[in-house]
Design a binder for this molecule. Structure first.
Ligand SMILES: C[S@@+](CC[C@H](N)C(=O)[O-])C[C@H]1O[C@@H](n2cnc3c(N)ncnc32)[C@H](O)[C@@H]1O
Length: 213
């Protein structure tokens, strides 16, 4: 479904208690939003936020930031939040490309990539969130044993990502091409896209890649 631009979306996200805009303005101290030193997990491309909300509710001792580069989607996401939502998450209107300008080195314990845009044309591979250019950014901001958790229905993107992680020297510690029928499904929090794709009969790929020191 194509989302409509609504006047004032940026200001709505900026003023919303769950919204963050211009994250670089925090000068590497965005973690202070949480008022504790709990580990930080981020999701790039959080969409309408079902995953980040579910994860935050299930893991009250972890802080979560969901990054979303589209203002239309970020607006929908914060609008879906409710007064009963867990305190340990915020939605950041920002492109994941700038992570190294937001976080100091080794500040993030885990990065989630859920159903990232597949960018099928080879000339667009650089935009894939598992392209080496992005993996280098992740290595900077992740702690030494930090992890990237990736789920996708897109087999081409998945195989590309496996290659990128291996070539870039990461350890792939978990890999399945059928998450929902695997031992790794326990505790899985579904995303909006995951539900849609699995209901249409698609198998879900998942990997966990660990940064090698
Ligand atoms: C296909 S949707 C998946 C949404 C959600 N993760 C899910 O699984 O339901 C991908 C989302 O990632 C966002 N996105 C793509 N590239 C991004 C980037 N570099 N930084 C932040 N968000 C990004 C898009 O705007 C879009 O909302």
């Amino acid at each position: 479904m194509r989302l409509r631009y609504v006047e004032g979306q940026y200001d709505y996200v900026k003023e919303h208690p769950k919204g963050i805009v211009e994250p670089q303005d925090y000068e590497y101290n965005i973690r202070d939003k949480f008022k504790n030193d709990n580990p930080l997990h981020i999701e790039l491309g959080c969409g309408k936020g079902r995953f980040i909300r579910g994860m935050a509710a299930n893991n009250p001792n972890i802080n979560f930031l969901g990054f979303e580069k589209s203002i239309k989607v970020a607006y929908r996401c914060v609008k879906c939040s409710s007064i009963d939502d867990p305190e340990n998450y915020y939605i950041v209107y920002s492109n994941g490309e700038v992570l190294a300008e937001i976080f100091p080195e080794k500040a993030v314990e885990r990065i989630y990539l859920n159903f990232s845009d597949p960018w099928p044309k080879p000339s667009h591979y650089k935009r894939r969130l598992t392209h080496k250019g992005f993996l280098d950014i992740y290595k900077k901001v992740l702690v030494d044993d930090g992890e990237v958790h990736m789920k996708t229905d897109n087999n081409d993107l998945f195989e590309f990502s496996v290659e990128q992680f291996i070539e870039d020297g990461w350890d792939i510690v978990i890999l399945t091409r059928d998450l929902h029928n695997s031992i790794y499904n326990e505790g899985n929090v579904m995303t909006e896209y995951e539900e849609k794709f699995s209901e249409s009969g698609k198998k879900i790929n998942k990997l966990i890649a660990k940064k090698k020191v």
